[in-house]
Design a protein around this ligand. Structure first.
Ligand code: NAP
Length: 333
């Protein structure tokens, strides 16, 4: 496949791209977080399962739901069964993350993991804190993935072509990292959309940091992405009649006229997960290490209205330091 990242193939699905990238997928061990049925993570692994990965590691907090996804995978790959392993992982809890990372690092029969897709996430939930006292969206969408990714980094860097994909969102436009008040003063200053925006900004900055710290030294490729807008369980708890006007108000406040939240073009889960397949397997992305991808291509900062707070290497390093402090462990590469 010789795709031009500046002229991405549009109208693709996860399945069609998985067929296209079959040579890149074949033989790869892929770990994906958040793989409950009908979510984008599940659609992604179901699509790539037919292209002969060596192993799919399915990580999530609800093992019964993961088993449902496994049943689909088994049914869809009956011709050439794929090796599957389940990892229990509640990414909102730092203790649970440490346990899960220990489990992964103890798998002596799995010498390396080639691709990690950090997909698990929550959106616009009411104020709540994680077991360690961090605001739940920041904890689930950023701090957990930050710790987990770093703790299993040895296995990832043992791959001949390691890659990490952070699933972010155009929702990053809603808020930079609130270094002065990342925890929303224990809920007093809480806005659930700003909290989502902060956590999705963090996903983009994490990809920037990983590319900077481990790109040239360890050949690690790292990308963040926006899948598009897809009806999944992510917003199932929201009353959209009130949620959209709220977002419009916030967008106007931020001067983001491009984001017309009331007329969001919905795409299918297969179309949304296509950018996952692109990020995880496109062979021509090495000159774009650390980039934010959308619509199966490298996002254009102007056309796709990226916020500079989510692409700045200064913000990225500041967030790395804050994250180390909050998880209580330094990761120096
Ligand atoms: N859908 C969209 O329009 C859209 C747009 C932009 C970005 N995204 C991003 O895409 C990603 C996937 O979202 P989705 O739309 O597929 O939503 P989804 O259907 O709600 O899937 C989210 C997944 O994350 C898992 N998860 C949530 N909290 C977890 C925790 N504490 N530990 C482990 N797993 C946890 C969920 O597990 P449970 O089933 O157990 O809850 C589920 O498997 C998210 O990062 C989201 O921010 C989605």
């Amino acid at each position: 496949m010789t795709s031009d990242p500046k002229n991405p193939p549009l109208g693709k699905t996860a399945s069609s791209l998985a067929r296209l990238y079959a040579p890149q997928i074949k033989g790869k061990a892929v770990l994906t977080t958040g793989v409950s049925p009908s979510g984008l993570g599940a659609v992604f692994i179901t699509a790539i399962a037919k292209s002969e990965p060596s192993l799919l590691i399915l990580a999530g907090r609800n093992v019964a739901k993961i088993q449902e996804t496994v049943q689909t995978l088994v049914a869809e790959t009956s011709d050439s069964p794929v090796a599957i392993r389940i990892l229990e992982l509640d990414i909102s809890s730092l203790d649970a993350v440490r346990n899960a990372a220990n489990t992964v690092n103890g798998w002596t029969d799995i010498p390396h993991i080639d691709v990690v897709v950090s997909n698990a996430g929550i959106m616009a939930v009411d104020y709540k804190v994680s077991p360690e006292g961090h605001e739940s969206q920041f904890a689930t969408n950023h701090l957990g993935p930050f710790l987990f990714t770093n703790l299993i980094m040895g296995k990832v860097l043992a791959s001949p072509a390691p890659r990490i994909v952070m699933v972010s969102s155009n929702g990053h436009r809603l808020c930079p990292i609130r270094f002065h008040d990342y925890n929303f003063q224990g809920g007093e200053t809480y806005n659930k959309w700003q909290a989502y925006g902060q956590s999705k900004t963090a996903n983009m900055l994490m990809a920037v940091s990983l590319a900077q710290k481990l790109g040239s030294k360890n050949r690690l490729l790292s990308f963040s992405l926006h899948p598009g807008v897809i009806l999944t369980n992510l917003g199932a708890h929201l009353d959209w009649k009130t949620a959209f006007p709220l977002m419009n108000e916030l967008d106007r406040f931020l001067g983001n006229r491009e984001a017309q939240m009331t007329s969001l073009p919905l795409i299918t889960p297969e179309e949304g997960a296509a950018t996952y397949v692109f990020a995880a397997f496109d062979p021509d992305l090495s000159t774009h290490n650390g980039s934010y991808l959308t619509k199966c291509g490298v996002a254009d900062p102007w056309v796709d209205t990226l916020k500079p707070w989510a692409t700045s290497s200064v913000e990225a390093e500041r967030l790395w330091k804050l994250s180390e402090e909050l998880v209580g462990q330094e990761f120096v590469y």
